[in-house]
Ligand binder design. Structure first.
Ligand code: PGA
Length: 251
């Protein structure tokens, strides 16, 4: 049986405390008023400063709460970083690791992403491990090979369907309004599922999210693709009606 979909909102470096409270309350109101609850789990991933203040509201509405990154070490002299147990301590359930913006702008390697994901698991968090090819990678005709290589090198030791989520996000589709074709998404997600079957015992139950310009207008089509078990949503997660429309596109 396919896993229950997960829709995760990646707020990136956006919103003040007041704006964030309004956004979560707006989503919460949509959740409370909905006659039929969306057929997915919902997680919001705000910047670090907003996590603790949003923790109780997220709990009240049944939304998971995720960080956008964590350090690989449990604690220590790492100025400016946040450790996975700190996220767990303030009520986080999830953490994104290896987002392409961190890989490209902060120089994170697969080994670093793997270490961060392992720290997340050790802290009891679900790691959302991001992978995805660049435009040049896609044009090379080797996108699947590239992504599977990244996946196997970034996957934490001890990954299970319960503690790890994969997010396939083609770099060229993030924030651009462009998306791969349904066929390309299907082929990549199948390749990821097949690759997971080696290291993960219950690979069929591990969620594989699609991310990159998911909007209300394309969510239904993308979420219906085989082996797509939800979405990681950037821009559209900042607009309550849009994020909600994506959540309710899960069937
Ligand atoms: P986008 O971002 O939905 O704005 O393309 C997705 C992401 O970076 O996770």
């Amino acid at each position: 049986m396919a896993p229950r979909p997960l829709i995760a909102g990646n707020w990136k470096m956006h919103l003040t405390l007041v704006e964030a409270g309004k956004l979560v309350d707006a989503l919460g109101a949509l959740m409370l008023e909905a006659p039929d609850k969306p057929a997915c789990d919902i997680v919001v991933c705000p910047p670090f400063t907003l996590l603790a203040p949003l923790s109780i509201a997220c709990q009240k509405y049944g939304f998971g709460l995720g960080g956008q990154d964590c350090h690989a070490e449990e604690m220590g002299a790492f100025t400016g970083n946040v450790a996975a147990p700190m996220l767990a301590d303030i009520g986080c359930s999830h953490v994104i690791v290896g987002h392409s913006e961190r890989r490209s702008l902060q120089g994170e390697t697969d080994a670093m992403v793997k270490a961060k994901a392992e720290a997340a698991l050790a802290a009891g968090l679900v790691a959302i491990v991001c992978v995805g090819e660049t435009e040049a990678g896609r044009d090379s005709g080797k996108a699947e090979e590239i992504v599977v290589g990244q996946l196997l090198a970034s996957l934490p030791q001890g990954a299970t369907a319960g503690n790890t989520v994969i997010a396939y996000e083609p770099v060229w589709a993030i924030g651009t309004g462009r998306t791969p074709s349904v066929e390309q998404v299907a082929a990549m997600h199948k390749a990821i599922r097949t690759a997971l079957a080696g290291p993960v015992a219950e690979a069929a139950g591990m969620r594989i999210l699609y991310g990159g310009s998911v909007k209300p207008g394309n969510a239904r089509e993308l979420l219906a693709v085989e082996n797509v078990d939800g979405a990681l949503v950037g821009g559209a997660s900042l607009v309550p009606a849009d994020f909600w429309a994506i959540c309710t596109s899960c069937t």
